[in-house]
Write a protein that binds this ligand. Structure first.
Ligand SMILES: Cc1cc2nc3c(=O)[nH]c(=O)nc-3n(C[C@H](O)[C@H](O)[C@H](O)COP(=O)(O)OP(=O)(O)OC[C@H]3O[C@@H](n4cnc5c(N)ncnc54)[C@H](O)[C@@H]3O)c2cc1C
Length: 437
């Protein structure tokens, strides 16, 4: 089998010239996508699809007069965050993988820990530029309704049950910037974006140790329901179970065979949250609550998925993970569903964006259990469909989730995808294997 063709771009002009050639291309940035198997792409992409590297395009950051952040070219979340901090500002999106690209984050409609307090990245975009199939840079505004001569009436009707999700099974397509948000580079290539920032305020983290969710999830559910009334004070409400924590060296593990929920709050809100939320919990003992400095918490949060990845690589095991968000009314059912998975004889772990009822359950199967785990996941996706939940609320569809997303589409979505592809990608050059095709 021939190798995939690979091209790196060092300027927007080079990128434009390539786009004008019409060559089918999967453009990429940091390749941290968990739904595109970049490490094993041969045979997954069509052989004539080129891999187009955007991470070689020099990045640029500046503040606009309104103190929004202008991001041009390849910039990571880490760089954007540090730039804002050095100007006493901060961005509101915080994906766990900080080496991912900001513009790629728009393409995947990336979310992250702070969606609990600040909603999704989509709501923080002010405007963006993209390069269209004619190599021309076009501007899209977030305060302008999408008007593209494609009938979106039924599409929008179908969207209604998903309006409060971080990401629905299909892109929002309500305002102009939605054309590039969550469409995974299938309609054009984002070259710059302006995103909102807020003044920096020092944060701290409150940790709550809990029993293992497999044995008793009542304290977890008490916290889940209680935090919903504190979205103005709590920026992130995250969960890591004892199985995930067991991958860390013992000195980094805050519990002893326990789960943990942690809350990000502004230092100025610490007392309020402690007094009005934590002391009111009836199933949690105060001795199981403690504060952690932000640097240490960040290290812990990033270490867990990385440690899991390293263990898997050593053992030749490939994780089978979920990215499901449900409504609060179905959260207990989701936990019950995941509990069924714990007695199948396959190693597992659970972590994620607890306050938003959005948890990543990961099977860690030996290669002979791969198909078995896929079957189990198909049953989960059927349940998620019945609950009107979102099967992939954060990491997108890419190539690996295409099979699982199919039952969530009807003719209404397929017709719109077809019309968009014809209009914005007439040569079929932008990620031809993506979910819109
Ligand atoms: C440990 C770990 C933790 C993660 N945590 C989170 C998280 O908290 N939240 C979250 O949302 N995701 C998370 N992810 C997933 C991943 O980081 C995101 O999907 C991220 O947005 C991908 O960025 P990237 O630069 O790696 O893009 P790539 O993986 O290189 O590309 C991803 C997609 O974006 C498209 N794309 C890239 N750049 C552009 C562009 N300029 N214009 C148009 N399309 C483009 C590509 O075509 C592709 O479809 C995590 C991944 C890992 C490994």
């Amino acid at each position: 089998m021939p190798d995939q063709k690979i091209k790196s771009f060092y300027s927007t002009d080079e990128l434009r010239a390539h786009i004008l050639s019409g060559e089918p291309t999967l453009f990429h940035s940091s390749q941290t996508s968990t739904v595109i198997p970049f490490e094993n792409i041969r045979g997954v992409l069509q052989t004539n699809t080129t891999l187009g590297n955007l991470s070689t395009i020099k990045g640029h950051l500046e503040f606009t007069a309104e103190k929004n952040l202008l991001v041009k070219g390849f910039v990571t979340w880490k760089e954007a965050k540090e730039f804002c901090r050095s100007h006493a500002r901060e961005i509101m999106t915080s994906p766990t993988e900080e080496l991912a690209g900001v513009l790629a984050g728009i393409a995947t409609s990336c979310t992250g820990e702070r969606s609990f307090g600040f909603k999704n990245l989509r709501s923080q975009i002010v405007e963006l530029n993209y390069i269209n199939h004619e190599g021309i840079e076009q501007k899209l505004l977030a305060d302008k309704k999408l008007d593209i001569a494609v009938d979106l009436l039924d599409y929008q009707k179908d969207f209604a049950p998903y309006a409060d999700f971080k990401n629905a099974p299909y892109p929002r397509l309500l305002v102009e910037t939605d054309l590039m948000t969550g469409t995974e580079g299938q309609l054009g290539i984002i070259s710059s974006a302006v995103i909102k920032t807020i003044p920096y305020e020092e944060e701290t983290y409150l940790f709550i140790l809990l029993p293992k969710w497999e044995e008793n999830d009542e304290p977890h559910l008490e916290i889940f329901h209680a935090v919903q009334a504190f979205r103005n004070e709590i920026r992130a409400c995250e969960f890591i179970d004892s199985n995930s924590l067991s991958y860390l060296p013992p000195e980094k593990n805050p519990g002893k065979n326990q789960d943990v929920v942690f809350l990000e709050v502004r230092k100025s809100d610490f007392e309020y949250v402690y007094e009005n939320l934590l002391t009111k919990l009836t199933l949690i003992n105060e001795e199981n609550i403690f504060e952690m400095a932000s640097g240490k918490c960040r290290d812990l949060r990033v270490s867990v998925p990385r440690a899991i990845f390293e263990v898997n690589s050593r053992m030749g095991v490939s994780k089978k993970g979920t990215d499901v968000q449900v409504t609060p009314a179905h959260f207990k059912e989701l936990l019950n569903f995941y509990r069924k998975y714990t007695s199948l004889g396959v190693a597992y772990n659970l972590f994620g964006h607890f306050g938003d009822a959005h948890l990543h359950f990961n099977f860690m199967p030996t290669p002979d259990k791969n198909d078995f785990c896929n079957q189990q996941l198909e049953e989960l996706y059927q349940a998620v469909l019945n609950w009107n939940g979102s099967p992939f609320a954060e990491h997108g569809i890419g190539l690996l989730k295409k099979k699982f997303i199919a039952p969530f589409y009807s003719d209404n979505q397929r017709k719109v995808f077809h019309a968009l592809k014809q209009k914005f990608d007439p040569k079929g050059q932008f990620f031809p294997e993506g979910f819109m095709s």
